[in-house]
Design a protein around this ligand. Structure first.
Ligand code: ARG
Length: 447
């Protein structure tokens, strides 16, 4: 059995080891690349303050680059008996380079290591989420423009209410994503601050150059106060989870609409056969399982902030092992949301709309307000017009004119697609992906 980083003259029993390591060997693998990057920045800084020689740094950086390569090729595992990714990387360095490997941990703790790993990893994940949200946004806007003249009923209380359109329906979800994007950006900005150097949560007596690691890792700034940096564990994940939940909320609602509208009783939209699934007993079935699964997964994702909160909310300041458990719910959430975003964009693109919905007389009454407005525009007081149309309807004498003339911003006839695209672009311009990418490239390639 490999020894622990902290092993002195006793070892915990196998049961204690099993329980405390928990699922870290699996979950820390997510963080492996980030852990190596954090170490590269840390040791570059250690050399600059005289805690490593230039030769030692060169050796260590070269070996960390090898380890990074192995991680990217899928050859990295956290070995049996090794507690976590931080221990594994240090173990590999020591095994391959000897005593110099043991020097890298000066001025840091696994507490700030896992903090910086989580931030680097989450920063990358958020970028991917942002990019996929943008893909879905573009798809929804394209469908909105394509079907802007196709009317459909709008509902309140799930009762036929007023004319709506596919332009409005698709466009509404696109615009919803612009607000979600604001949350993603706030989350990204919080994530993009450097906790490294806070060590166990109280800093170090070594003259660490935290600005240097901040720059090397491409962070906007640092989490300055070392106690606050440690308090960010759990808070960061919770805030990011709120942003993910906001996106998930948009997709879940879209999925529910799509399931409803795809039902034969509505028949507003149709999925091509190859986007549906069948039944083992009913030969006619073409089920919208993709939307049902995205609905369920995205509803589940909306519980993520609560799950994280219940783990971390009642902890005092300072590190606790409780925080380790957050990884179990937080890390896998990204793949799930990204998959849902991808599948939603894929299927929205293939969705066919019914442009004859209004031929069905059951929707005739949704034009009642149009008729009231016509009378009112011609001079009849609104309340009188309302009453007249109401009485006509009751007497079975209402014949709808199935035309609408909505002109104000955001209405059927004036979707403001370009304005909504500008809203989205303005948020997107506030991310700094290129700066981060450049810093990470420089740090890991050494140029
Ligand atoms: N696996 C631990 C976690 O995720 C790493 C930090 C360990 N720190 C400690 N003081 N035991 O929190």
């Amino acid at each position: 059995m490999a020894t622990k980083l902290w092993e002195k003259n006793f070892t915990p029993t196998a049961e204690i080891e099993r329980f405390t390591v928990g699922r870290d060997r699996e979950l820390d693998t997510y963080l492996a690349e980030s852990d190596v990057m954090g170490s590269m920045a840390h040791i570059t800084m250690l050399e600059s303050i005289g805690l490593l020689t230039a030769d030692e740094l060169k050796l260590l950086l070269a070996e960390l680059r090898n380890i990074l390569q192995e991680i990217r090729q899928g050859q990295f595992v956290i070995e049996e008996g090794v507690e976590d990714v931080h221990s594994e990387v240090e173990l590999l360095l020591t095994r391959r380079l000897g005593d110099v490997g043991k020097k890298i941990h000066s001025g840091r703790s696994r507490n700030d290591q896992v903090l910086v790993d989580l931030k680097l990893w989450t920063r990358r994940q958020l970028r991917e989420v942002v990019e996929l949200v943008k893909v879905l946004f573009d798809e929804l806007q394209a469908q909105s423009e394509k079907y802007k003249n196709v009317l459909m009923p709008g509902y309140t209380h799930l009762q036929v209410a007023m004319p709506s359109s596919f332009g409005l329906w698709f466009g509404a979800y696109a615009e919803s994503l612009t607000d979600d994007m604001l949350f993603l950006q706030a989350a990204y900005k919080m994530v993009n601050r450097n906790p490294l150097g806070s060590a166990a949560g109280y800093g170090s007596s070594f003259p660490l150059n935290r600005q240097m690691t901040t720059d090397l890792l491409g962070f906007d700034s640092m989490d300055y106060n070392v106690v606050y940096a440690q308090m960010g564990r759990g808070k960061m994940e919770r805030n990011v989870a709120f942003a993910l939940a906001s996106v998930a909320g948009t997709i879940a609602k879209l999925a529910f609409d799509a399931c409803l509208f795809n039902s034969q009783n509505f028949a507003f939209v149709k999925l091509p056969n190859e986007c549906t699934t069948g039944s083992s007993i009913m030969p006619h079935k073409k089920n919208p399982d993709v939307f049902e699964l995205t609905r369920a997964k995205c509803n589940k994702l909306q519980a993520l902030p609560q799950q994280i909160m219940l783990i971390m909310n009642n902890l005092p300041s300072g590190y606790f092992r409780d925080l380790q458990i957050i990884k179990e719910v937080f890390l896998p959430a990204f793949a799930e949301l990204k998959d849902c975003l991808q599948m939603t964009a894929y299927i929205i693109n293939k969705m066919q709309v019914n442009d004859h919905i209004l031929d069905d007389p059951r929707y005739d009454l949704m034009f009642s307000v149009e008729e009231v407005n016509r009378l009112a525009a011609n001079g009849m007081p609104f309340r009188d017009a309302y009453k007249k149309v109401g009485l006509d309807i009751e007497a079975g004498q209402f014949t709808p004119v199935k035309e609408v003339h909505h002109t104000h911003e955001g209405s059927i006839g004036n979707l403001c697609t370009a304005e909504v695209a500008t809203l989205m672009d303005n948020v997107l311009n506030g991310f700094s992906f290129e700066k981060v990418e450049e810093a990470e490239r420089k740090l890991t390639m050494g140029s």
